[in-house]
Write a protein that binds this ligand. Structure first.
Ligand code: SAM
Ligand code: SF4
Length: 329
């Protein structure tokens, strides 16, 4: 699949639920209204959707949410999708999780062919973690991360950089991830959905994070590309990789290779734009995939050039109204 700007689309992110057991301040408001369960694609339908995309050339599949591991019976989806890894049609099956359920799921995920996972963790301090996630239990997540390590899953820690919230512990995060053999990726906060908190106050450009880290660590630019938008460095002191995702300060749209499917079968061609293609109707219209495939091609032909996220005092409103948990991070 090639979009109008010549970009090859080989990466599909699938949000399997918009629900979550946490309420991170930059992601959700405390009183979220979730979709009625009857609107969700079944796990069998999600498998059919993913398989159609794989048939069209998708090589990398990321399961996300909301919190993907709170979707009932989600392992049956991983287990069935793993056939595409075995056949070689799919190169990577992975997920992004908040880690609360990893103690239980790490080993089965590994058995299903998942090789590496992203775990979101914004603080090493239990009280602060609770404040950021509103509902989270830090020990539970740390146990989950330890279980992932024990199961030999490669772990990448995603940390949203929040001014005045966690910006005094990035050195500690780097030391901790380095000691455990994890990658660490910092993310700029994006203006998606109302959360009840002020993003102008929280927003921290990663150029400042990197400059501060460079006082203590030697970060060498490397050309590693994991298929996502992060730019990587190697920390000479720990040997670990440290990445930066900078949607706000350095737009990475020119190399965008991905599209995002929601749990109700809506395809977003760009995280930062509202255009959406309904794939549920063509999926349900017939048992054959012909209509679905035609709808996917139509959607890819509409993929926009890029997003226009802005955070400043004049634009103190979300750029898009939906929350990150709808389209998945
Ligand atoms: N619940 C899972 C988790 O937290 O890893 C998966 C879904 S979550 C929406 C995916 C990623 O998006 C997380 O790393 C989270 O920190 C990030 N995220 C959520 N809202 C964001 C925002 N407004 N700006 C930047 N990153 C955000
Ligand atoms: Fe849930 Fe992930 Fe959003 Fe936090 S970032 S509220 S864990 S979906």
């Amino acid at each position: 699949m090639i979009d109008p700007f010549g970009r090859s689309i080989s990466y599909l992110r699938v949000s399997v639920t918009d629900r979550c057991d946490l309420r991170c301040v930059y992601c959700m408001s405390e009183d979220m209204t979730f979709l009625p369960k009857k609107d969700l694609l079944t796990l069998e339908e999600l498998d059919r959707m993913c398989s159609a995309f794989i048939g069209l050339g998708v090589k990398k599949l990321r399961i996300t949410g909301g919190e993907p591991l709170v979707r009932k019976n989600v392992m049956s989806l991983f287990n069935s999708l793993s056939r595409h890894l075995v056949s070689g049609d799919l190169q990577e099956l992975t997920l992004t999780t908040n880690g609360t359920q990893l103690a239980q799921y790490a080993a089965p995920l590994k058995a299903a062919g998942v090789a590496r996972i992203n775990v979101s963790l914004d603080s090493l301090d239990a009280a602060r973690f609770k404040a950021i996630t509103r509902w989270g239990n830090h020990a539970e997540v740390m146990n989950g991360i330890a279980a992932a390590k024990d199961a030999h899953l490669k772990v990448k820690i995603n940390t949203v950089a929040l001014r005045g919230v966690n910006d005094d512990e990035f050195d500690d995060m780097l030391a901790w991830t380095g000691a455990n053999g994890f990658d660490l990726v910092f993310i700029e906060t994006m203006p998606m959905g109302e959360t009840g908190t002020d993003r102008t106050e929280q927003y921290l450009p990663l150029s400042m994070v990197r400059a501060k880290l460079a006082r203590r660590w030697t970060l060498k630019d490397i050309s590693d590309n994991t298929g996502g938008p992060a730019r990587y460095t190697r920390c000479i002191e720990t040997g670990g990789r440290v990445g930066f995702i900078t949607p706000m300060t350095h737009n990475f749209c020119e190399s965008c290779n991905r599209v995002r499917l929601t749990c109700t079968g809506q395809l977003y061609m760009c995280l930062g734009q509202d255009d959406v293609a309904d794939l549920r109707a063509p999926l349900r219209a017939s048992e054959s995939d012909e209509r679905l495939i035609a709808a996917i091609h139509n959607a890819i032909a509409r993929k926009p050039k890029g997003h226009d996220f802005i955070i400043d005092r004049r634009h103190n409103k979300p750029s898009v109204n939906r929350h990150m948990s709808v389209t998945g991070g």
